[in-house]
Design a protein around this ligand. Sequence first.
Ligand code: PEP
Length: 254
Amino acid sequence: MKKFFIAANWKLNGNINMISNFFKYLKLQSSIHSKKNTIIIAPPTIYLERVYKDVSNMNIFLGAQNIDIHLKGAFTGETSVLMLEDIGVKYVIIGHSERRLMHNETNDIIIKKFHLIKESNLIPILCIGETEIDKKNGKTQEVITEQLHDIFKKIGKSAFKNTIIAYEPIWAIGTGLSAEPKDVQLIHKFIKNYIVKHDSIDINDIIVQYGGSINYSNAKKFMEQPDINGLLIGNASLDPAEFCRIIKISDHIL
Ligand code: PEP
């Protein structure tokens, strides 16, 4: 049976007041309690524990936006996978284009993070996707293949079991220009076909989210595509009313 994974990436946004109002609103929405979907909220690291208090009574899981490549030691300013586990985090976003571009995270760094998460009890949300230039040059499949291939090389055959892949075309993130749902469907199919060739996973167990300028008006068309298993939402996830409306749409599709 299809189930959607709807994840909110708050990025560097929010404060105590916003969090308090956000969950006050969510608690009153029946769609949040329906348990049809898996709902994940990834606030900034400093608010993880604060958000944990709210989500532990609701059908929502806690996500982190990043981890360090080390488990402990002299790495000022970093957060380890062990610390995230310790405070009740379940999912970790890695490979986001903002970290690849603004924090110089290479595929090698992302693979190290992926590996650490796979060795823990946490679940990675691995972001992959092409730039606008890649798309113009017809290189989308090539870029995605390279990103997935590098993971297989390091992790081996069951890399994508219990993992979420977020296909996020970089040109669509935060721009208001979402991709075409039909194009995304084809790319998700391509990703799944590539994975089953290398992984022992059943194709129906592969989870691929779409991310890139999702909002209340365009969410339905994406969720209706057979190989879109969820959404990774930035801007629109900061508004509790809009976020809940998107969840409600997914409930109706299921
Ligand atoms: C994201 O940052 O992962 C994202 C999809 O952002 P937005 O929804 O704002 O495009």
